[in-house]
Design a protein around this ligand. Structure first.
Ligand code: HSE
Length: 424
């Protein structure tokens, strides 16, 4: 007996899921023996459905009809957004239906409530497509690495930001120009602030942090900084230091706490993550038994994301009515570490008037706060022009670096706020 699937929303990802369910059930059967059948599509915008052959599939403008359909055992929520999607998922779970979603924002904000509803009703809530699109990272953490303590996760989880930073790096383009191109290519969120201010990555970071450590990490405890203040100057200085700038989600266990943070980082060109270009995503995991593992692929796009959604549907079909696995285990209640406690190396770009004693005063302030300089770049400029002094610190404590930068920015010869970027 095939498992019946209902798809709510036939937009980019929903359309891709419909395509795969209409075209690739044979390959799924060959690999698993499972029969998966598209039974129902709910979409208000009828014009979106004209490209599909939906003979034998019920079509409704109302998602409630789909949830109530006895032929639907798995409901795919692919409308995005928070309010309506949350209501629909809760309705489906309460109706005893399994749910598959790609909705990272909803999971990051309401994952706990949804997980409790799934457990209460003994059904699955699956979300492989919510983090890193087509990369099976949820499966890797829940299955392949299940026997490991995960020490650290470093993720490039936003295609738009990686695309923008790649083109700034390799083509010397400016931020605004490449953002427009990312939007035209269709992988930027609406509004793009969700991408470029780091929030989309923070949603994915929250999911990974909670999953890796079996502990609920509140979204508001994920530190987040985007890429809007990264300039071509920083990209160029980073390269001079043998690094690229990437927006990373970092999840680490440090002194019994969870670090969950999203911000741009200088990544050495020799690191595997430095080779991840354009809209591609990658996740690098360090764990106690498996050691280092790397996962790479498309984090967005119609069929890549839909492929991950269908993999969840097939997992549910293969389970064949066995006990549901909880989407998240909140076994522990681990504190989230304050960003001020972070220890690392820091790139600082100062903008200063060029006159005698400037470097001496800057070094004194850094020294007073216990921040030691590892290297320094300063280029000659035309008389009267401000000069950039670029410093890389030795390993330092973030709160000390921040205090030093605040003091430096108060010095009378400093002409613009100092740029601070953490280094891997
Ligand atoms: N806007 C997201 C990105 C889509 O650029 O990666 C996938 O979550």
């Amino acid at each position: 007996m095939p498992i019946g699937v209902g798809v709510i929303g036939a937009g980019t990802v929903g359309g891709g899921v419909i395509d795969i369910l209409l075209a690739n059930t044979g390959v799924i059967r060959d690999k698993t023996g499972a029969e998966v059948a598209l039974k129902h599509v709910a979409e208000l915008r009828q014009e979106l459905l004209s490209d599909f052959d939906l003979s034998g599939v019920r079509v409704s403008p109302d998602a409630a009809d789909l949830i109530a359909d006895p032929e639907v055992q798995v409901v795919c929520e692919l409308i995005g957004g928070v309010k309506a999607a949350r209501t629909l998922i809760l309705q489906a779970l309460e109706a005893g239906k399994h749910v598959v979603t790609a909705n990272k924002m909803l999971l990051a904000m309401h994952g706990r409530e949804l997980a409790e509803a799934a457990a209460r009703n003994g059904v699955e809530l699956r979300y492989e497509a919510a983090v890193a699109g087509t990369i099976p990272i949820i499966k890797a953490i829940r299955e392949g690495l299940v026997a490991n303590h995960i020490h650290a996760v470093y993720g490039i989880l936003n295609g738009t930001c990686n695309y923008i930073l790649s083109r700034m790096t390799y083509e010397g383009k400016e931020f605004d120009e490449v953002l427009k191109q990312a939007q035209a290519l269709g992988f930027a969120e609406t509004p793009p602030d969700l991408d470029v201010e780091g929030h989309d990555t923070a949603h994915k970071c929250q999911i990974l942090a909670s999953l890796c450590h079996s502990s609920y990490v509140p979204l508001e405890r994920v530190y987040v900084e985007g890429i809007t203040r990264i300039t071509h100057l920083d990209v160029a200085y980073a390269r001079e230091m043998g690094c690229l700038i990437k927006l990373l989600a970092v999840v680490r266990r440090v002194e019994g706490e969870i670090e969950a943070r999203v911000h741009p980082m200088l990544v050495p060109e020799t690191h595997l993550l430095a080779s991840v270009r354009n809209e591609f995503n990658a996740v690098y995991i360090e764990s106690d038994c498996a050691d280092a593992t790397l996962y790479y692929g498309r984090g967005a796009g119609r069929l890549p994301t839909a492929s991950a959604v269908v993999s969840d549907i097939v997992d549910i079909a293969v389970r064949g009515g066995g006990p549901a696995r909880a989407p998240f285990q909140y076994t522990h209640d681990i504190p989230v570490r304050d960003i001020g406690l972070l220890e690392g190396r820091y790139y600082l770009r100062l903008t200063t008037r060029d006159h005698p004693g400037v470097l001496g005063k800057v070094c004194t302030v850094l020294g007073t706060h216990g921040v030691s300089i590892a290297s320094c770049i300063q280029k000659d400029t035309a008389p009267g022009e401000p000069v950039h002094v670029v410093l890389m610190t030795h390993e330092s404590v973030e709160s000390s670096v921040a205090a030093a930068v605040a003091e430096i920015d108060g010095l009378e010869f400093i002409e613009a706020p100092t740029q601070l970027i953490r280094a891997l």
